[in-house]
Write a protein that binds this ligand. Structure first.
Ligand SMILES: Cc1cc2nc3c(=O)[nH]c(=O)nc-3n(C[C@H](O)[C@H](O)[C@H](O)COP(=O)(O)O)c2cc1C
Length: 369
């Protein structure tokens, strides 16, 4: 096979951030922080393998933003306090020293919280709608999700403000090069976006533009907190961890509204995750979500994710208009995916046992580097 993989290996500037190639590690929750949300030495070793393996960018796992309702999983790292943020610093410094840039993903669970040490047993969401699906056992969850309480206007103002303060901590104290707002996969901001989980009739609910208000306000708060120069992105998806096959009901027109609105709100990049990123976004044919984002948010950086661990698929998504390719499972199996690509070495297939029975970082994983 004589694949020209050089498009994946060319440098890229995300604002003032120089990336050595187009390859990013996708955010992956590994529930290996301390019980009070401090990143650990094990996490540092785990992330460092991706830097040594040649990834230009690491987007770290979703960190909760506040000491209220945002925590999603037991042993999830936080960005909710100065102590939590400072504990990230050795990790980001080591990535930096290896020539790899880091972006912190900031997450609010909303109705999908499976554990919260600050507000045990209760969840909040746009509306009191029972979540679909079941909690994830590999994140120590069991059975149905609790029925959430509808968030108040005051609490919503706090959520937005807390995204801002967490972003300021991520950059100022934790040493990250940028921040990614988690707007995907069924968590709080996606619950606002989705009609059947957002039944509100106030500023935060209604037609699609109103359902995007939570994301817009969050982007504006984060931008105000970190300033104009720091890269700020948002991750969006159609599918959800608890509703895998969900599609945006408004189709391509909805995609136009979503991408246009997010761009106008002031993000630098949109990170799209689909099960198979090259597939038509809606129905059996037509453009992929990346192609639609390229069309409707022409000035933004686009990160593509979803089943792109084969180099030919990754190249295909660059051709669809993506600037960067994020790998999840491919990076777990091959923390040195970029080096292997460069040297033409075979990639390992994904082995689900890495994530079982609990998705925490395994000693065997670190040893196999
Ligand atoms: C163990 C694991 C943890 C994940 N945690 C997160 C997360 O914290 N934030 C997020 O946005 N996506 C998360 N994801 C989704 C991945 O970022 C990615 O979208 C998904 O694995 C599909 O990409 P892939 O086909 O390259 O694996 C997680 C996926 C896995 C496998």
């Amino acid at each position: 096979m004589n694949l020209d993989t050089s498009p994946l290996q060319t440098p890229f500037d995300l604002k003032q951030l120089s990336l050595r190639n187009r390859l990013a590690v996708a955010p992956m929750t590994r529930v290996t922080a301390t019980p009070d949300g401090l990143p650990t030495a094990t996490m540092q070793r785990y992330y460092q393998r991706f830097a040594q393996g040649g990834f230009g960018l690491v987007i770290t796992e979703g960190s909760f933003i506040d000491e209220a309702w945002s925590q999603t999983y037991e042993n999830q790292p936080g960005m909710a306090s100065d102590d939590q943020a400072q504990a990230w610093r050795p990790l980001t410094a080591q990535l930096q020293a290896s020539g790899t840039r880091s972006i912190a993903q900031l997450q609010h669970a909303g109705a999908l919280s499976q554990f919260n040490r600050y507000r045990p047993g209760q969840t909040i969401a746009p509306s009191a709608v029972p979540p679909r699906g079941l909690q994830m056992p590999f994140y120590r969850g069991e059975g149905a999700y609790p029925i959430p309480r509808a968030i108040t206007q005051e609490e919503m103002a706090d959520v937005v403000a807390h995204f801002g303060s967490a972003a300021a901590r991520a950059v100022g104290l934790a040493g990250f090069d940028g921040v990614e707002i988690h707007g995907a996969n069924g968590y709080l901001l996606d619950q606002f976006l989705t009609a059947h989980t957002n039944l509100r009739t106030d500023r935060w609910g209604g037609a699609l533009p109103q359902r995007l208000e939570a994301a817009v306000a969050t982007i504006q708060a984060v931008r105000a907190a970190v300033g104009a120069d720091v890269p700020v992105g948002i991750r969006v998806s159609q599918g959800k961890v608890n509703d895998f096959g969900h599609k945006w009901a408004e189709g391509e027109q909805g995609a136009e509204t979503i991408f246009g609105t997010l761009a106008d709100a002031g993000v630098d990049y949109i990170h799209l995750t689909e099960f198979e990123a090259w597939q038509p976004a809606f129905g059996a044919e037509g453009p992929s979500l990346v192609q639609l984002a390229r069309r409707f948010a022409p000035g933004l950086t686009i990160i593509a994710n979803g089943g792109l661990h084969d180099a030919d698929r990754a190249l295909q998504l660059l051709a669809h208009g993506a600037d960067l390719i994020a790998l999840g499972r491919g990076a777990l199996s091959n923390p040195d995916w970029p080096r292997k690509l460069e040297q033409g070495l075979p990639m390992k297939a994904f082995d689900r046992s890495i994530l079982g029975p609990i998705a925490d970082i395994k000693a065997s994983e670190l040893a196999a580097a």
